[in-house]
Write a protein that binds this ligand. Structure first.
Ligand code: NAP
Length: 251
């Protein structure tokens, strides 16, 4: 399936040490890509070893993406050590749960720095390389809360609405330059991000009842959509927010 083949492509995946990002990074490597695994606190050495076993290159980059001074180094190291950048997956994200009146400005700012500001700056930095080479694939990880307000997560919902808006804005500017900028909006996936929800018997039952597929998503559920959006199979897709949600949105 040449349409989905990523052989020789160089990918950056943020938040690649665990959860959705780890699965996406391994999935891109399985499809042929060399991968820069960006992590903050979780080492990605095991994933790097698995990618090497597949016969691809992997580098690990430790960086707090909420600190924008660290972002140029991510793209520079990828270009230097992997030889370029063809795919950028902005996956790193945090969530802070408190009612709006108690949501501290610090929480708001932290969420914006990681979930939105890093996405803008990394798109800009990688986008420059991609524009120069006339091709590139950017996949931003959005959320159901790119469409909905959520409950007690005002900063997170605002950041993810903005990720959807940014994805569309960049797609408009860069489609004619050979870049495809799209987003994946995962539904309710079983990762650390949703641990509090899954442990709350009321919320977990409410959530599960609304998912037509009848189960929480897994990290592996994102591999196919990510490979698709990273590959030439999606060359005429621009600014699309692809829900991977077991049907949550259509309920
Ligand atoms: P997770 O299990 O909580 O993992 C969060 C990831 O983000 C980790 O890899 C973490 O890296 C990274 N990260 C957080 N802060 C960072 C920072 N300052 N610098 C660098 N990396 C940082 O979350 P997940 O469920 O895999 O979520 C991944 C993405 O999907 C997020 O954008 C999230 O909002 C989105 N999402 C998740 C769901 C869901 O149901 N799980 C639904 C919709 C959207 P370290 O461990 O190295 O710190």
């Amino acid at each position: 399936m040449a349409l989905f083949d990523l052989t020789g492509k160089k990918a950056i995946v943020t938040g690649a040490g665990r959860g959705l990002g780890e699965a996406i990074a391994l999935g891109l490597a399985q499809a042929g890509a060399d991968v820069a695994l960006v992590t903050n606190r979780t080492p990605a050495d095991k994933s790097a070893a698995k990618i090497a076993e597949m016969g691809r290159k992997a580098i690990t980059i430790q960086a707090d993406v909420g600190d924008r001074t660290k972002l140029p180094g991510i793209v520079e190291r990828t270009v230097d050590e992997l030889g370029g950048v063809d795919i950028l997956v902005n996956n790193a994200g945090i969530i802070r749960r408190t009612p709006a009146v108690e949501h501290s400005y610090e929480d708001w700012q932290d969420v914006m720095d990681v979930n939105l500001n890093s996405v803008f700056v990394l798109c800009q930095l990688a986008g420059k390389h991609m524009i120069a080479q006339g091709s590139g694939k950017i996949i931003n990880i959005a959320s159901m809360l790119s469409y909905q307000g959520g409950i007690t997560v005002p900063g997170y919902a605002s950041s993810k609405h903005a990720v959807a808006g940014l994805t569309k804005a960049l797609a408009n500017e860069w489609a004619a330059k050979g870049l495809q900028v799209n987003a994946i909006a995962p539904g309710y996936m079983s990762t650390d991000n949703t641990e509090a929800l899954r442990e709350d018997p009321v919320r977990s039952t409410q959530i599960l009842q609304r998912i037509p597929a009848g189960r929480w998503g897994t990290s592996e559920d994102l591999i196919g959509p990510a490979v698709f959006l990273a590959s030439s199979a999606s060359d005429y897709m621009n600014g699309h927010i692809l829900a991977v949600d077991g049907g949550w949105l259509v309920r």
